[in-house]
Design a binder for this molecule. Sequence first.
Ligand SMILES: *Cc1c(COP(=O)(O)O)cnc(C)c1O
Length: 356
Amino acid sequence: MPRPISAVIHLQNFRHNLSIVRKQIGQAKIWAVMKADGYGHGIKSIWRALSDTDGFAVLDLNEAILLRQEGWKGPILLLEGFFHSEDLLIIDQYNLATSVHSEWQLAVIENTTLNNPLALYIKLNSGMNRLGFSTDEYESVVRRLQGMHKISAITLMSHFANSDLKTGTQVPHQQIKQFDSLSLPTCIANSGAALWHSDTHYDWIRTGIVLYGASPSGKWKDIAHYNLKATMTLRSEIIAIHHIKPGQSIGYGSKFTAVKPMRIATVACGYADGYPRHAPTGTPVWCNGLKSTLLGAVSMDMLTIDITECANAKIGTNVELWGENLPIDDVAQASGTIGYELMCALAKRVPISYSG
Ligand SMILES: *Cc1c(COP(=O)(O)O)cnc(C)c1O
């Protein structure tokens, strides 16, 4: 028997979450974002559950090629464009849309002979200062690409630094006003903007995290009323039980010391499985239908939970680290991170099964 830990991916919840996103965005089309191997869920197994999308957005050429080999014939967008000049030939061969964000990429496009017309997303730097043309140069870049016969379609693109903020001056709507005067198809909104800024939906949105049932803000309460469902449950089992007395401690560094008699359980899950090592005492854990909490430091292969109130917990009892009963956002928040990081960091050694 393998070690008792596994991740269950709930395929039907992708369909459900995609339909919730559709209801939010009216006529806009959806790029379902599948970078980082589908936020850790496995593109190869989940893409069919999302095939009602209008297109898939990925980062890596290999992810795009995989989708083509799997039989997806619809649009695919490379979110960060191409990394080397040779990549453009593969983009041409597999009929991919690509973003362009830098001058060097324009030169590559000008100097490469293509078999098919190219669909481009021209990226504006609207305040992130990671990728994109500045507001000063943007319009001339668009005009320059419009003048090339090898370009079949141009879409204006930007990415928000603060779409998870619901109000306030940091929401950079004014920077994208520049797009309105260009009268071209436009794609700006990520999950946060899709939920909370309907004036940014335009022609296409790019949603990742909400399809995976977690919150763009990192806080479950911000999405609780949308009825999104978890797509990943990380579960394991109790492998040992101890009774400890006041004054006794738990785990490396003796970070937790009991002040009353306690019943505690050792669970087969640790940071080498992708559980956050920074999760402190008090981080929520779901044990056999009851909320429990983490105690002491997370080890590489194990963690300890409080089962003083879980009378029926025994060796082999099922423990959910996050998922259908326990929002990944709540575990992430307790650990000082966001659901995105936890799902992407699921370790290779954790066996994945797909349900639905
Ligand atoms: C990852 C990414 C998205 C999706 O972001 P979510 O917050 O997961 O919706 C959208 N656009 C770009 C450019 C991205 O890199």
